[in-house]
Design a protein. Structure first.
Length: 221
């Protein structure tokens, strides 16, 4: 199982890979801090501004505020924001919040495709029928929060739908999250650069219930 230090080191290495491959134009390196006697947190400078994500507001306003306050680990060249946060207790994972916020305004790229079509990072966002929406993987080990079929311990939320929680078989490592984002939203760049982005080993124990396995869910190898 991954330790807090492993997670911090993996995020740091992935960030360095993104910089070296010119996939991002701004970043906050991860921080490992002890928040209490038994709790350790892997987060980034700017995470204190995240209360805004709970507010009922248009996605564009939410994105603009996250961008303004630099509340992200990585800002991609197309403006997308990536957040990676973990909480551990006595060395065991207790929570994570892994989020992808694509830019809500892609008109610059879509109205001038000839300028960007040769650059792999933009290849998957040039079509005008693309709709930007946030993607978030949450994990909470608390039995008080868990409600079978309604609030899985590990789940995927698409968009800003309050009750969209697709069960996931386990918490995600930073590497699996980043690989998912690149394959899904930057597939052309992923095909070109995947060999230059180190896929760090390590995972977390499964947490999905047997009943949830019988319904639609996302399985992590």
């Amino acid at each position: 199982m991954l330790t807090p230090r492993d997670v911090r080191n993996h995020i740091e290495a992935l960030t360095a890979d993104f910089i070296s491959l010119s996939l991002c134009n701004d970043q906050n390196y991860p921080q490992l801090t002890k928040t209490s006697g038994s709790h350790e947190e892997v987060t980034f400078c700017g995470d204190q501004n995240l209360s805004i994500v709970l507010k009922n507001m248009p996605y564009k306003d939410l994105y603009n505020e996250l961008e303004r306050t630099r509340a992200y680990n990585i800002k991609m060249l197309d403006g997308a924001l990536i957040q990676i946060m973990y909480l551990f207790e006595n060395g065991s994972i207790k929570k994570h919040r892994l989020a992808f916020y694509p830019s809500p305004d892609l008109e610059e790229y879509q109205n001038n495709p000839e300028v960007y079509e040769e650059d792999e990072i933009y290849a998957d966002i040039l079509m005008k029928n693309i709709v930007s929406f946030p993607v978030r993987f949450d994990f909470d080990a608390s039995d008080e929060i868990f409600k079978e079929h309604y609030h899985s311990k590990s789940h995927l939320t698409l968009g800003q739908y309050k009750n969209c929680r697709i069960p996931v078989s386990s918490p995600l490592s930073p590497t699996k999250f980043i690989d998912f984002i690149l394959k899904s939203f930057y597939n052309t760049a992923h095909r070109k650069f995947s060999e230059n982005i180190k896929m760090h080993e390590g995972s977390f124990p499964a947490c999905i219930s047997n009943n949830e396995k019988e319904r639609t869910h996302l399985f992590l190898p």
